[in-house]
Design a protein around this ligand. Structure first.
Ligand code: HEC
Ligand code: HEC
Ligand code: HEC
Ligand code: HEC
Length: 438
């Protein structure tokens, strides 16, 4: 990994509570690349007269140097990665032509739209561009620059609602997690592709920021609470995993598609098997990737209702190794239904109060796990970091406890800093100490 995301964490960034809580229930989930209209390219959006200005515009509500920030992001070099040594190795191993010529790679490493939608200055080589996220510029370029333009007008012209956690989660997940539409196969990993991982709030913070949450932003779009964004990310990520898993199991041939299973249930040192204590465990059988499922348990406990207990039970069952096809499919269906409900039942107005409670529940459930795989540990670390940062920024942590949290996070991140050398014992001990102090 060239740049490790864990080193990019900042502590204490404050995001205040959301004001436009209803907006997140919007159901507009058409992805930018599925939209009609012309894609104009980064040279158009980010020219030096527009979003590539070195100096701030007078009266502009946004930074206007977005391109300069994007330039240094991995999205800007996503296409180039296909031509790198590793990129070449992956396609060679897969028996594919070079990555820059195949949909299987371009669908995530560029703004992959049909020829007829590519404007004059559009170029696939730009990688993951402004329009990969904000929608085809042809639809709103001329109108969004008027002094009379408003956020609502831009949205109705076809700019995507990236500030809404729901929309944003589906957008990012479309490339950052295996799904039905944009298939990511175990074969890609086998060929050398880095393992995909995603937590909405962590990744949003490391986008990197090319916008500023200030009072003007709040007036225009409303601020999103980090807790809310984390929660929506977990829910939608879980639903996507379940959908993909369902398909993998339904269509299973000799061996099912493994990308939504827990990597580390198979990839572990054969000489040091996990010390599994759970009596219902079937040794040697793979399990489902459960990083998100663990978080859903914590969420369900934070908003107890008549179904939370059932949801937790079902998740515990799904987290066991998968061996019965029909039973697993039934479990998936019921869990998905309850998780979807969770999204609508969570009391959005209370987000700012629940950060500490969620943190407590995550630590509690993590400590109940007999084994913590690397994938799960990574999700726990990213989630705790997002929630602690958000709760701390809003002044919702017990005073004096910041130091404890900061130290614990450092230790958790040290433990997961290298997937080949995961320090499970240190990770678990840190969680135990943290639980005692909460
Ligand atoms: C579903 C989306 C998706 C598909 C399809 C995909 N990639 Fe990726 N790729 C990613 C993401 C996301 C990352 C970054 C992972 C991370 O580090 O979190 C990445 C990282 C990489 C990297 C490492 C870049 C670096 O600098 O570390 C290479 C090389 C790469 N991909 C090549 C390919 C090739 C070649 C293909 C086609 C066979 C392909 N990818 C298909 C999403 C995808
Ligand atoms: C990977 C997705 C992604 C890419 C690529 C991206 N953005 Fe953004 N952009 C976002 C998100 C998420 C936000 C924050 C939510 C919001 O305000 O809509 C945002 C916010 C913005 C804002 C709003 C700032 C405000 O105060 O309202 C502007 C302007 C912007 N981006 C321009 C650009 C430009 C220009 C590029 C290309 C050089 C670009 N973005 C590339 C996702 C992206
Ligand atoms: C069109 C596909 C696509 C979309 C949509 C997308 N990404 Fe990415 N993202 C990638 C690829 C591909 C990479 C890795 C690029 C490389 O290094 O080659 C990446 C890399 C990243 C990284 C760097 C990860 C690291 O380990 O350093 C972050 C952070 C990130 N994306 C956040 C987001 C967020 C947040 C969103 C949603 C607002 C988003 N991305 C939407 C394809 C996408
Ligand atoms: C059901 C078991 C199973 C699961 C789950 C699984 N793999 Fe594999 N993986 C295998 C097998 C079997 C091979 C082929 C090993 C060989 O060729 O010797 C393999 C090969 C690989 C390889 C090539 C290196 C090697 O040892 O050959 C990589 C990298 C890899 N898998 C990554 C992943 C990732 C990432 C995940 C999770 C998203 C994952 N695997 C999930 C069984 C699994």
């Amino acid at each position: 990994m060239k740049k490790n995301i864990y080193f990019l964490f900042t502590f204490g960034l404050s995001i205040i509570v959301s004001t436009n809580t209803l907006a997140i229930l919007s159901e507009n989930h058409v992805l930018p690349i599925e939209m009609e209209g012309q894609f104009l390219g980064v040279e158009t959006c980010g020219s030096s007269e527009c979003h590539g200005s070195a100096e701030r515009w007078r009266n502009a509500t946004v930074l206007m140097k977005e391109r300069l920030i994007w330039n240094s992001s991995r999205h800007a070099s996503a296409y180039d990665s296909l031509k790198s040594e590793l990129g070449r190795k992956i396609t060679r191993n897969l028996g594919l032509p070079n990555g820059e010529n195949v949909k299987q790679c371009l669908s995530c490493h560029s703004t992959y739209v049909p020829n007829s939608q590519r404007g004059e200055r559009f170029s696939l080589t730009d990688g993951v561009t402004c329009e990969s996220c904000h929608g085809p510029g042809g639809n709103f370029l001329s109108t969004h620059v008027y002094p009379s333009s408003t956020h609502e007008k831009n949205l109705s012209a076809g700019m995507t609602p990236t500030s809404e956690p729901d929309y944003r989660a589906n957008l990012c997940l479309s490339c950052h997690q295996a799904n039905k539409k944009n298939q990511f196969k175990h074969a890609f990993y086998g060929a050398g592709h880095p393992r995909l991982r995603f937590e909405l709030e962590t990744y949003s913070e490391n986008l990197p920021y090319h916008y500023r949450y200030d009072s003007d932003y709040e007036r225009r779009k409303g601020l999103v609470n980090g807790v809310q964004s984390w929660l929506i990310g977990q829910v939608l990520s879980t639903i996507q995993t379940l959908d993909y898993l369902e398909e993998a199991i339904t269509q299973a041939k000799f061996i099912p598609e493994l990308a939504s299973f827990e990597c580390f249930s198979c990839h572990q040192n054969i000489n040091k098997p996990y010390s599994r204590k759970n009596s219902s465990f079937e040794f040697g059988t793979p399990s489902v990737y459960s990083g998100n499922l663990l978080m859903i348990k914590a969420i369900a406990s934070t908003f107890p209702n008549s179904k939370s207990k059932r949801l937790k039970q079902l998740i515990d069952e799904l987290m066991l190794p998968v061996s019965q096809k029909q039973e697993t499919l039934t479990l998936i269906k019921e869990i998905r239904f309850l998780v979807q409900r969770l999204k609508f039942e969570a009391p959005y107005e209370e987000y700012r109060h629940i950060g500490p409670k969620l943190i407590k529940n995550i630590v509690k459930y993590a400590n109940q796990e007999t084994e913590i795989s690397y994938g799960k540990a990574e999700m726990i670390a990213m989630s705790l970091s997002s929630l602690i940062t958000s709760a701390s920024g809003q002044g919702y942590l017990k005073s004096g406890s910041e130091n404890v949290y900061e130290k614990s996070l450092d230790s958790l991140y040290t433990a997961v800093s290298n997937s080949m050398n995961f320090k499970e014992k240190r990770f678990k001990n840190t969680l135990k100490t943290l639980q005692a102090k909460l």
